[in-house]
Write a protein that binds this ligand. Structure first.
Ligand code: BES
Ligand code: MG
Ligand code: ZN
Length: 513
């Protein structure tokens, strides 16, 4: 996608497809009989800059039925044969930023399926929030996020013509600022695409070794100045990561622990250090506690947490985040062979705690526990981990809402605020003392499951909390519901990876105090 900025509107006028908006305007009209008034709804296109287009619109017969309700669209052919789409946005006082993203994503999809390759947007028509910069950001997010498909394995590729997007009627004085916003939105969305590509990749291709290699290649190519260290199995053994190794025991592939470090240009001893940790299970069979076939399909997404934090780290580096960042990705599959860990096994974690593995399908907390302990040794101020940790998260919050839990309310509040700022759904769940007790084992220090069918997401978090030390402020995101199949969001694919939460985390890192 190539983006052009147009201040006067001439590029817009000559574009193959023009997209304008229309609002609903309500007014009161007194009726003759009584003093009662009725509410009248009319369509408003007062904001259109081009008189010619306005006249053409008013002359159309079809406008009589067009009410400019949300998502309603009117199409007509302009005087010079170009196509004009008028997108209804409903009552402007009721429009929230996410409506703009959704509306633009839908209209962009339609334009793609109608094979338009040059689209002009009248940005001012979407600027209901009276902020041209923010409106541009919303528009570009919607366009970039929608402009993604995973067609690598399709023999017949859809003709992926590059779209020319013209953002029109931008105020001249805002040009530099708007260009910056476009560039940064592109960086962030490209990082989301990287995360989506990792998640969508087939698990027989993206094994642990391959995944680490691809991350290394991306870092070397795109993230100048970022240090990368990849721990292999021998080094993970040296680190005494007994839980991580127990998950990898049944695998045909070695585990990998990817360790990335970024230090901002102007760094002092006061610069905050934020660590991101991600669950990278390239495929979750469940291990000996094998998943039934229907729940196993889709478990290539079980590295979604690692892709999410990597995507955010990547975007924040490209956008020169003001904080020190560490990104730790624990990568293996959870597979079964004769060496695989059996239920009842007792292993020793990196922090010395012994853990009774009562369910080999609760593997995410095992690899993350060791990764978190390793991360705490790096003395970050804050940790945030992301993991497709529990099916229970889908029961509690559906597949639309990300769960957040942790040990520091201020840190959780900051994360919740970031999610709100980015219009990504997130909700806090508690960790209570009773659930901490629920993971105490009779024969070891801990067991890796609590009472079946009870507070599964929080039990998972309570387990992770056991591996946080040095008073590090920690929060855990359960992204099990939101990594894929976001059919309610037109800028995500209804089946594949969503790339959600990358925007929230990037925003958090870029605005960290
Ligand atoms: N990767 C799964 C969680 C999951 C389930 C993610 C569905 C996305 C969709 C995780 O490793 C798992 O299997 N968790 C178990 C934990 C249980 C055994 C305590 C679960 O949720 O059933
Ligand atoms: Mg599992
Ligand atoms: Zn899993």
């Amino acid at each position: 996608m190539k983006v052009y900025l147009d201040t006067v509107g001439d590029q817009f006028l000559s574009s193959e497809l023009k997209i304008l908006t229309a609002f609903q305007k309500s007014s009161e009209k007194k009726t003759k009989s009584k003093a009662k008034s009725v509410e009248l709804t009319t369509v408003s296109i007062d904001h259109w800059k081009d008189q010619g287009l306005k006249e053409e619109f008013h002359q159309l017969k079809a406008t009589k039925n067009f009410k400019a309700t949300k998502d309603e669209m009117l199409s007509f052919t302009g005087a010079t044969g170009e196509t004009v789409w008028v997108v209804g946005l409903g009552n402007p006082s009721k429009i929230v930023p996410e409506d703009i993203r959704k509306s633009v994503a839908k209209v962009f999809k339609s334009s793609k399926s109608s094979k338009f390759s040059e689209i002009g947007f009248d940005v001012s028509g979407f600027n209901v929030i009276q902020d041209e910069a923010l409106t541009t950001k919303l528009l570009m997010e919607a366009l970039y996020l929608t402009d993604y498909n995973f067609t690598k394995y399709k023999s017949k590729k859809p003709d992926n013509q590059e779209t020319k997007v013209i953002l029109s009627h931008i105020e001249k004085k805002n040009l530099t600022k708007i260009q910056k916003i476009i560039d940064s939105t592109k960086n962030i969305c490209e990082s989301i695409h990287v995360a989506r590509d990792f998640i969508n990749e087939a698990p027989n291709v993206l094994n642990s070794v391959e995944y680490a290699k691809r991350i290394e290649a991306d870092v070397k190519k795109n993230l100048k100045g970022v240090k990368i260290k990849i721990l292999n199995k021998a080094q993970i053994k040296q680190e005494k990561m007994g839980m991580f190794l127990s998950v990898n025991a049944g695998s045909a592939f070695e585990p990998r622990l990817v360790h990335l470090t970024y230090v901002p240009a102007k760094s002092t001893s006061k610069t905050k250090h934020v660590a991101l940790v991600g669950k990278g299970i390239t495929f979750d069979t469940g291990g000996y506690c094998v998943k039934p076939g229907t729940s196993m399909a889709g478990m290539k997404n079980d590295m979604g947490g690692s892709a999410t934090v990597y995507g955010a780290f990547r975007a924040a580096v490209l956008e020169k985040a003001p904080v020190k960042m560490t990104c730790i990705l624990a990568i293996t599959d959870n597979a079964i062979n004769e060496h695989a860990t059996v239920p009842d096994a007792i292993v020793t974690a990196r922090n010395g705690k012994t853990v009774e593995i009562l369910n080999t399908d609760a593997e995410g907390r095992l690899i993350l526990g060791d990764a978190l302990d390793y991360t705490c040794d790096l003395k970050p101020d804050y940790i945030i981990d992301a993991a497709t940790l529990t099916g229970a998260c889908l029961v509690a919050l559906g597949n639309q809402v990300c769960a957040v839990l942790g040990n520091d309310q201020n840190w959780i509040n900051e994360i919740l605020q970031a999610a709100k700022d980015c219009d990504e759904y997130m909700w806090q769940l508690p960790i209570i003392e009773e659930w901490r007790q629920d993971i105490k084992s009779k024969v070891a220090d801990l067991k890796n499951i609590g009472t079946p069918m009870r507070a599964g997401t929080a039990i998972g978090a309570a387990f992770l909390e056991e591996f946080i030390k040095n008073d590090v402020k920690w929060a855990h995101l359960d992204v099990a519901g939101v990594v894929d199949s976001q059919s309610h969001l037109p800028y995500c694919s209804p089946h594949g990876a969503s790339g959600l939460i990358v925007r929230t985390l990037t925003h958090l890192l870029l605005h960290a105090k």
